[in-house]
Design a protein around this ligand. Structure first.
Ligand code: GLN
Length: 297
């Protein structure tokens, strides 16, 4: 009990300290109309007040090894990609500014726990970030820990092989085959469910990111990679980063990407869904798809 009251005392005093609370209310008020003077604004609605970890900013986290959704510009070290642009437009539609820093980049499997760990118990947001935007598939499992926004892009899995390989999804489900996946992803889940023989013989290898997986396939450490189709296509077919790899086949999983938001911040979720809808209607979403995929997807 002593601890609890001390905790609430500390929270109370930080509220009194002012800046945090006042600035956060300011954001929540968000009555600032969007630059275009349109209806887009982060005004509180039935869902309550929007709480943000940094005043006036939509602070984002992601895993920066997932091109073209998020990656680092080689020269500047700045984050770029479809999701980065999406976050900036989203923030703009909400009267905010997207906030990406060096701390925004983290392991994919830590994104959901980081969002769900933000503390909103005293009506302010204390934590690392407001949203995770990371080509993240909306799944029931994730929805137990965080809220997911409405879907913003359809996706599927894919099988990536070396060009000279004749492996198939059938032949890969065997002892001794090594299949690289990214830790904590739907690709990992698909591989475990559908390649049980390879899985039982420890053939499904979890890596931090998909670039490592593709590099390892290229150097023959692995026999295959299972990853999101748009990423495989971008790396191999659009950017031609791996002359010796091919996207052997798409795996129709019917996934949809969404943005992870804390369950304790329903006003933020509502504002994001509203902004996403506006971005479809005003053509922003179409423009982002053309920028990063060459056409609408
Ligand atoms: N869409 C996949 C998932 O949600 C992979 C995402 C990623 O690796 N960034 O698990």
């Amino acid at each position: 009990m002593h601890n609890m009251s001390r905790r609430s005392f500390l929270k109370g005093s930080s509220l009194l300290a002012g800046m945090g609370a006042i600035s956060l209310v300011g954001c929540g008020g968000g009555a600032t109309p969007a630059a275009d003077g349109g209806s887009a604004q982060a005004a509180p609605d039935a869902a309550g007040t929007i709480m943000l970890v940094n005043e006036g900013k939509l602070t984002c986290i992601s895993n920066m090894y997932f091109p073209p959704f998020e990656f680092m510009d080689e020269k500047t070290g700045e984050p770029k990609g479809f999701d980065i642009d999406l976050s900036r437009e989203l923030a703009k539609h909400m009267g905010l500014e997207a906030n990406w820093t060096k701390e925004s980049n983290m392991g994919f499997d830590t994104l959901v726990p980081t969002i769900s760990a933000v503390d909103y118990s005293d009506g302010t947001a204390k934590g690392k970030a407001d949203i995770a935007i990371a080509g993240m598939t909306i799944t029931d499992k994730r929805k137990q820990e965080v809220d997911m926004s409405d879907p913003y892009l359809d996706s599927n899995q894919s099988l990536v092989l070396r060009k000279d390989s004749e492996e198939t999804l059938e032949s890969l489900n065997a002892e001794g085959k090594k299949i690289a996946v990214q830790d904590g992803t739907t690709g990992e889940e698909w591989a475990r469910e559908n390649l049980p023989v390879a899985d039982a013989s420890k053939g499904i290898v979890k890596l931090d990111d998909i670039i490592n997986a593709m590099n390892g396939l290229n150097s023959t450490t692995y026999d295959a990679v299972i990853t999101d189709l748009p990423v495989a296509k971008y790396q191999i077919e659009t950017e031609k980063n791996y002359a010796d790899l091919k996207v052997a086949e798409g795996i129709p999983t019917g996934e949809q990407y969404g943005i992870a938001v804390s369950k304790s911040n329903p006003a933020l979720l509502a504002a994001i869904n509203k902004a996403l809808k506006e971005m479809v209607e005003d053509g922003t979403m179409k423009q982002l798809q053309i920028t990063w995929f060459g056409s609408e997807v």
